[in-house]
Design a protein around this ligand. Structure first.
Ligand code: 48F
Length: 260
């Protein structure tokens, strides 16, 4: 068989376009493909909800690849280990209550499960805004990361979604846009982004879960973003809270979707 470049090109354009067209209206749009976003996506899609995930970078996995200071091992506590078990990521006991996992195995395995659960993952796309209907969010505004990087004057496209999850980590990018543009009172104590505090692993891991919730009508925060928005601590390279937060936000939104 002679390979034909036109067929190869056609195959890519058609298949990608099918995937994108099928995602123009979804139940949940997840912004950021770090550990919390991936778990949230896998759980929602696993429960049957149409879920799309948009990641700015070429690679999916956010801060998990790098372990701690580029040493590619992560640490999880007991509850985090249980989630890694569910996702078939091998863990090793380090000392009582502390487990390690190879970060490359963790990201690649969780990502594979996420795709196989039916999540449509779009990398190299940045979310730059939300769709606003009166006082609630109705979707996201996307553009190629390359456009953003080159500061080209190119208008974006849109994805309608019933719910949005901001899992953009420290930057809390979706919530920042809402705060800045929509003169919004967020569901935080001050009505604004409270801002992240310094590193305290124990407190941060607990509060990540408490702070995983709705912060603007139909927009939820999870992962490190939840602590940045609600004014809590960073946790460093312990990842149980990220995985648990992904599960929690999926269950909160799943309940809302089931009730609508
Ligand atoms: O930072 P990140 O891994 O988020 P996370 O799930 O996990 C945090 C940990 O990695 C670590 C930590 C705890 O152990 O503190 O930092 O909360 O992943 C966030 C992802 O969002 C992408 C970004 O490239 C990264 O992969 N992202 C950020 N802004 C946008 C975005 C945007 N506007 N559009 C699309 N993707």
């Amino acid at each position: 068989m002679h390979l034909n470049e036109k067929t190869i090109t056609e195959a890519i354009i058609k298949r990608y376009t099918e995937k994108l067209l099928d995602s123009l209206k979804c139940d949940v749009a997840i912004v950021g493909g770090g550990p919390s976003g991936l778990v949230a996506a896998a759980e929602l899609a696993g429960a049957g909800w149409k879920t799309c995930l948009f990641e700015r970078k070429l690679s999916i996995g956010g801060g998990m690849w790098g372990g701690g200071m580029m040493m590619n091992e992560i640490v999880v506590q007991e509850e985090g280990k249980e989630i890694l078990d569910e996702y078939d990521v091998q863990t090793r006991s380090f000392s009582k209550g502390y487990y390690t996992a190879d970060s490359v195995e963790a990201v690649s395995t969780i990502c594979s499960k996420t795709v196989k659960a039916g999540v449509r993952i779009f990398n190299l796309i940045s979310v730059e805004d939300i769709l606003l209907r009166d006082k609630e969010a109705a979707g996201i505004v996307i553009n190629w990361t390359a456009v953003e990087m080159a500061s080209l004057h190119v208008d974006p496209l849109t994805i309608e979604s019933k719910f949005i999850i901001d899992t953009t980590g420290h930057a809390a990018e979706v919530i920042r846009v809402i705060e800045k543009k929509d003169d919004a009172r967020l569901m935080t104590p001050s009505g604004k982004i409270e801002g992240e505090r310094s590193l305290w692993a124990d407190r941060a891991e607990q509060t990540t879960l408490e702070n995983t919730r709705e912060v603007f009508p139909r927009v939820y925060v999870a992962g490190m973003c939840a602590n940045a928005v609600f004014g809590s601590y960073r946790m460093g390279p312990i990842f149980g809270g990220m995985l648990l937060s992904g599960k929690k936000v999926a269950s909160l939104i799943g309940e809302r979707l089931a009730g609508e």
